[in-house]
Design a binder for this molecule. Structure first.
Ligand SMILES: *Cc1c(COP(=O)(O)O)cnc(C)c1O
Length: 444
């Protein structure tokens, strides 16, 4: 009797120990000091997290409403092949996107290879020889330099006689309205605005600010097409740039709107005429949106879009948590610990290479896939310094999944984004801190 009581006690104790969260973190390699520091930081984030959850709740309802309105059913998930004529899964998904973004129509396709491709198709479909493209948020995302022809490239818009002009943001990250006014010319056909900072240290633009800029451009010439590169911004706020007058919003499905489930793809949502122009470029003049088999990806597109608001919220919490952790340790973080958020990217400036390298190693070590590999800086084509990258993703290159990267050069900043769940983003950040702690690069 006594014996069996003792055994029961021990079993109880063990199972209690086994189910403590701290023990689980220890099992994964997080030391008590790191865990404790993380807890202290997290304790102050309750209100921020509640606000993020409220936005996710709103956006969840928005997506469900769009799906219900379009009477989505099991047959929408059936694959089509060949030409893909009358693919209702594909066509109604485009209606769901259009309803969620409050646009006339959308193009949402697995044939769009990535975000750059979606942007290139939207631009090339809507610009004609002699037109000018004007960027009013400074230098566009790196890969667009070759699309536009800022860096000479085969097949660029420049080769087709489309010129390019640019107005930089002001020092404080706001639009330079005076210079925009001067830069708009009679042949300015399309204005591009990039919501996210990408790999720059400027602030990300809020939807409200983007709206102001669009109204300003339209006041100069209402016929100018206003296109927003919406990458990393979807579902971070309650409103999207299309709610503020953008004629086209463009993004990647292996970022926020794919919810981590879309294995490939991009979207272009907006005014019918402009989206159709893009479709004529994506497939072919005359064919446009009518062709394009969905090849069995529809269920993951729908389900990913359904998950996207909460997945984005998880990534956002991770970004806020990382900002607070690393700011408290004395590093510069962009955005800072208290700023409002308009995308899911977090930059941390270490000021020395080991910091960013250990950070990336921690992110890698926390991944569900490829956790055993060690990221090393390497000379990646197209970059003028070594680059380090950490990613252990279910979908190759997916940056809605937890990932980090950056060029190994001053100011030694690492760009961190994603996390399909807040719990995993948190593990990744604690693991990054663990690696820095083990190398004596941080002190609590
Ligand atoms: C990711 C990104 C792109 C390009 O997307 P890819 O899928 O990498 O081609 C364009 N613009 C911004 C702001 C991005 O973040």
């Amino acid at each position: 009797m006594e014996m069996s009581n003792r055994i029961t006690d021990e079993v109880n104790k063990m199972s209690q120990a086994d189910t403590s969260t701290e023990a689980m973190y220890q099992l994964l390699g997080i030391s008590p000091e790191v865990y404790q520091f993380g807890r202290e930081v997290e304790a102050h984030l309750t209100e921020r997290f509640e606000e993020i959850d409220r936005t996710a709740e709103y956006n969840q309802l928005k997506v469900v409403h769009a799906m219900q309105k379009n009477r989505i059913s099991a047959e929408h998930f059936n694959p089509s092949s060949g030409y893909g004529y009358n693919d209702i899964g594909r066509d109604d998904l485009e209606k769901v996107y259009a309803d969620a973004f409050h646009t006339e129509t959308a193009l949402v396709r697995p044939q769009i290879a990535c975000g750059t491709h979606a942007l290139a198709v939207a631009l090339a479909g809507n610009l004609r020889p002699g037109d000018e493209l004007l960027s009013i948020s400074g230098k566009p995302y790196d890969t667009l330099e070759e699309v536009i022809g800022i860096r000479p490239s085969n097949g660029s818009l420049a080769e087709y006689g489309i010129s390019y002009a640019q107005v930089d943001l002001l020092e404080d990250g706001s639009f330079d309205f005076e210079s925009i006014k001067k830069a708009v010319r009679p042949n300015t056909r399309l204005v591009e605005i990039q919501r996210s900072k990408g790999y720059q240290t400027r602030p990300t633009l809020s939807v409200a600010k983007i709206g102001e800029a669009i109204r300003f451009v339209k006041s100069i010439n209402p016929d100018i097409i206003c296109m927003v590169d919406n990458c990393y911004g979807e579902f971070v706020e309650r409103r999207e740039p299309s709610d503020e007058g953008a004629d086209l919003v463009v993004g990647s499905l292996i970022k926020n709107p794919g919810g981590g489930l879309a294995p490939v793809g991009g979207y272009i949502a907006g005014k019918k005429e402009y989206v159709e122009n893009a479709a004529f470029r994506l497939t072919s003049p005359g064919l446009g949106k009518e062709v394009g088999a969905s090849l069995g990806v529809m269920r993951s597109f729908y389900q990913g879009f359904f998950m996207a608001p909460t997945v984005t919220a998880g990534a956002l919490k991770g970004a806020v948590y990382a900002a607070n952790i690393y700011e408290k340790l004395g590093f510069k973080v962009v955005p800072n610990s208290t700023e409002s958020r308009h995308d899911i990217i977090q930059a941390v400036e270490f000021g020395f290479p080991e910091g960013m390298i250990e950070f990336c190693r921690g992110i890698q070590a926390a991944a569900p896939v490829d956790s055993y590999v060690t990221p090393e800086p390497w000379a990646m084509p197209g970059y003028d310094s070594d680059v380090i990258m950490a990613a252990g993703a279910f979908v190759q290159g997916s940056s809605i999944e937890l990932s980090a990267d950056g060029p190994v050069k001053p100011p030694y900043a690492v760009y961190f984004q994603g996390g399909l769940t807040w719990e995993h983003a948190k593990l990744g950040i604690l693991m990054s801190l663990q690696k820095l702690y083990e190398k004596n690069l941080v002190r609590f």
